[in-house]
Design a protein around this ligand. Structure first.
Ligand code: AN7
Length: 393
């Protein structure tokens, strides 16, 4: 019903490998002509597991009821930018507060299928929080490698509280991923970074849910770090196209922080792979990544769908975070990059006025309380009296 194949040489690999012998990335291929679709696209009961018939698992999944995230319209921004429809799909409302839960419910289920006792990841924060939560649920040992001092507080708290062994390294995310890959090979620990093709299978359900609720959009805009999510969502749309559930593919539009932008740079230079950025930096620490492992898949998604890549500054990210907050949508900085990118592209005339656009906000405001307070200002402190309080109102 599915197989794991190399995107470069096409060779079938074992389900438990993360890389082809030729070095190519792996992808799960669902045999779509044999699938019996047992869901209705009626906008109801959205969740990752509504689409189980298109997900490659053989056992009852380890689930915390992920997916089914809300889609909000931004009417004021539609008017301001002159775009027909702008939606935000708020992935920050998943169980651990980010889209990673969609991938982890599948990834941790595979760890159980493969009879593993431990899972591990390198992370800018959200992957580790999500993995720790699902590993706890499944009763697995969890090991997390983080770039020390560069992970938002809420995410570290989650990884620790859910019982992961949390190790900070004196290096960045890219160093952490290189190290954990080797450690996982040596100790036969199951690796749950997005080189694991099953992670992306869960995340492709973002595309399914969007179609389920509003039909196929013209464009999907999202932040790009390790470039897994853009690849996963594109795969979801492509599968629906092949199943003739939709009639076109949305333009996949990836947004990076300007000093962590290898995918953007490759896009501008019309290349099909990136050159790593050695010292990535941004206030959006979730996407502070210089050597995204899924870059090839992501660039393919952007080119094939006639999409775009764009960069945004930290100031633009924070403005968009505040704009979303003023619309009642609380997101962490990386998530706001999607909306910041849309605003920049729209002002540059790169978005058609009749487009139906969906921005993915990938993580919750509470993930990074320190940045939120830093950019909003501290609360005012006064004597405990009615007069003093009223003097500030
Ligand atoms: C909020 O947690 O890479 O392009 O280790 O946390 O699929 O990597 C997080 C990435 C966007 C980028 N928004 O997604 C990690 C990690 C948020 C994120 C991304 C991340 P990818």
């Amino acid at each position: 019903m599915y197989s794991v194949k190399c995107i470069e040489c096409g060779k079938e690999n074992s389900e438990e490998s993360y890389n082809c012998e030729c070095g190519g990335l792996l992808e799960v291929r669902i045999n779509l002509d044999q699938v019996e679709i047992d869901f209705k696209l009626n906008g109801k009961d959205l969740s990752v597991w509504k689409y189980r018939s298109l997900l490659p698992v053989k056992i009852e999944p380890i689930s915390l009821k992920e997916g089914g995230t809300p889609l909000y319209r931004l009417e004021r921004l539609e008017k301001e930018l002159g775009i027909r429809r702008i939606y935000v799909k708020h992935e920050g409302l998943n169980p651990s507060g980010s889209f990673k839960d969609r991938g982890m419910t599948v990834g941790v289920t595979k760890a159980i299928e493969f009879n593993r006792k431990a899972v591990a990841c390198a992370s800018t924060g959200n992957t580790s929080a999500s993995m720790a939560m699902y590993a706890a649920r499944a009763g697995l040992k969890a090991y997390v490698l983080l770039p020390a001092g560069k992970v938002a507080l809420g995410k570290v708290a989650q990884a620790l509280m859910h019982g992961a062994e949390v190790i900070g390294i004196k290096g960045n995310f890219d160093d952490a991923l290189r190290i954990i890959r080797e450690v996982c090979d040596r100790l036969r620990i199951y690796l749950l970074n997005s080189v694991n093709p099953f992670r992306l299978e869960g995340q492709k359900t973002i595309a399914y849910e969007i179609v389920d609720e509003i039909g196929v959009p013209d464009r999907v805009v999202l932040p790009v770090g390790n470039a897994g999510n853009i690849s996963a969502i594109y795969k979801g749309f492509k599968e629906f196209l092949e199943l003739q559930l939709i009639e076109w593919l949305p333009k996949m539009t990836g947004i990076q922080a300007e000093r962590s932008a290898p995918v953007y740079k490759a896009f501008i230079e019309k290349k099909d792979n990136i050159e790593p950025v050695s010292n990535p930096e941004t206030i959006a620490t979730a996407i502070r990544i210089g050597n995204p492992v899924n870059a090839k898949k992501a660039l393919k998604a952007i080119y094939e769908s006639k999409g775009l890549a764009e960069i945004v500054s930290d100031d633009e990210i924070i403005s968009a975070q505040k704009l979303l907050a003023k619309n009642g949508i609380g997101v962490e900085p990386a998530s706001a990059a999607s909306v910041a990118g849309l605003i920049k592209l729209a002002k540059a005339g790169m978005i058609e006025s009749d487009e139906k656009v969906v921005c993915i906000t990938t993580g919750n405001l509470l993930k990074d309380p320190e940045t939120a307070i830093k950019v909003s200002g501290e609360p005012k402190i006064v004597e405990a009296s009615v007069e003093k309080v009223m003097s500030l109102m």
